[in-house]
Design a protein around this ligand. Structure first.
Ligand code: ATP
Ligand code: MG
Length: 450
């Protein structure tokens, strides 16, 4: 049944009848199983806690701890673990009760050990399948854990790339417009990596001043600068063993780029104001919404750092280039926000869906998510209709819409005209309303011929 190299299947055998224990241990050991046998229910519970058995065989009537308790403990450990009940004459009813509690099968004494062996073999085959299936779903849910939705070839390719790259420690650069899912992908990679049990820490390089960014990343010693009243660990230390996500890396000041490069090269750094060299073990994932090559050409980004960060690049295409994902994403967010806001909206009316799939989506998935969340709140019926969507969604995208805008001069002329007529040509008052001084108003009124 098992090849010599395969790991032996491990059985736990619980029976207070010594003859039975010895007989079954012999039979199963002879068939190549590893057998742990015990007469004591309490000991059985400890074994179950400590070891992942492949099957448990337990007598029902034992002193101290009953077979039912052994069963319960085994199923607590793994609800699918096969437990086979041995029962004597007169306890068949309890065996059936045990089946209802989730025992895999039972066998009544006296029995032929070969018959039990057959039951065990079948139970194991079944358990094997369950486990394989579970591994698969675990993998899939891991990828779905943070729900990267989309079936377009582009997103499929991204998923494949994630699966390939996640287990490696190679630095990754994720590129894409705002709202395309860069952070989502970074988290997904972390979760699917060997570092998943450790920290995923993110910092937005574009949101902090240079000094703050440096102290956040590198940490600082007490008294390193005004306000540094205590020593502080930076993200480089806190993310050690895990993943550091450098968001908007394109905004990182050149001076910090040099320092970061050093960390990436040899894993060492100093805290701000510190003299002791510290080490860290990081996987760095960075994200950029602008073309770093362009910044390099302008001297705003170091090319040596670029090559360090970009062990591999993942490109997230804008939503307008994968319109086939829009409906799927829209329904995904519909269900999420329906649940969140406790609404029973299940569907999107065809016209509303058309509006969604045709929209330009400059804000990409984040914009779609916001609009769906708003629509769920606004929609009174059980189906999202066009009225729950912003009218501007169906409006032509920027170039045409811009044709309706006024020039600044037109606007100024309009405002001055309005202020003058509202004040009956009281120039002092009009100037006050407009927040300019009277001489400016005079000059402009003359220029616009008012
Ligand atoms: N493929 C996707 N499936 C499901 N949700 C997505 C997908 N892509 C993005 N999202 C969701 O859209 C929102 C924006 O994504 P995220 O924050 O990862 O974008 P980003 O590229 O980091 O944007 P920015 O550049 O503005 O920081 C998040 O709520 C995220 O969960
Ligand atoms: Mg982001």
């Amino acid at each position: 049944m098992t090849s010599p190299s395969a790991k032996k299947q491990h059985l736990l055998l619980v029976d207070d009848d010594q003859r039975m224990r010895e007989l079954l241990t012999d039979v199963f050991t002879g068939k190549g199983y590893q057998v742990t046998a015990t007469a004591d229910g309490r000991e059985a519970l400890l074994h179950i806690e400590a070891t992942a058995f492949d099957t448990v065989i337990t007598d029902l009537m034992m002193p101290n701890v009953s077979g039912t308790e052994v069963l319960a403990a085994a199923l607590r450990r793994d609800a699918q673990l096969p437990v086979i009940i041995i029962t004597g004459y007169g306890t068949v009813d309890s065996a059936i009760a045990a089946m209802k509690l989730g025992a895999h099968d039972y066998i009544q004494k006296p029995f032929d050990p070969e018959e039990l062996a057959l039951i065990v073999e079948r139970a194991l085959a079944h358990y094997q399948l369950v486990k394989q299936n579970r591994d698969l779903t675990a993998k899939v849910t891991l990828l779905q854990g943070s729900e990267l939705i989309g079936s377009s070839p582009a997103i499929q390719a991204v998923k494949e790339l994630i699966a390939k790259l996640a287990p490696l420690t190679v630095s990754l650069l994720i590129c894409g417009e705002t709202g395309t899912g860069k952070e989502l992908v970074a988290r997904l990679i972390h979760r699917n990596s060997a570092r998943a049990a450790n920290n995923f820490l993110a910092i937005n390089c574009g949101a902090l001043s240079e000094t703050l960014l440096e102290s956040e990343l590198f940490g600082h010693e007490r008294g390193a600068f005004t306000g540094a009243v205590e020593q502080k660990k930076g993200l480089l230390e806190a993310a050690s063993g895990g993943t550091l996500f450098l968001d908007e890396i394109n905004s990182m000041p050149l001076s910090l780029q040099v320092k970061l490069l050093r960390v990436l090269q040899d894993g060492t750094f100093l805290r701000v104001g510190g003299t002791k060299e510290l080490t860290t073990d990081l996987r760095v994932i960075s994200a950029s919404n602008t073309d770093l090559k362009g910044l390099i050409a302008k001297g705003l980004f170091r090319d040596d750092l670029y090559y360090r960060l970009n062990g591999m690049e993942i490109n997230l295409p804008p939503l307008r280039e994968r319109r086939e994902d829009i409906a799927e994403l829209a329904y995904h967010f519909l269900h999420r926000y329906s649940r969140k806001y406790d609404k029973a909206i299940q569907d999107i009316a065809p016209q509303a869906l058309r509006m969604l799939t045709d929209a330009p989506w400059p804000g990409n998935v984040r914009e779609l998510e916001n609009i769906m969340s708003r629509a769920v709140i606004m929609e009174p019926s059980a189906t999202i209709t066009t009225t729950a969507l912003p009218a501007s969604l169906g409006a032509p995208s920027l170039p045409q819409a811009a044709a309706n805008l006024m020039t600044m001069e037109e606007m100024e002329r309009y405002m001055i005209n309005k202020a003058l007529s509202a004040t009956n040509n009281n120039r002092a008052l009009a100037a006050q309303i407009l927040g300019i001084d009277v001489s400016t108003l005079w000059r402009k009124a003359k220029r616009y011929d008012l």
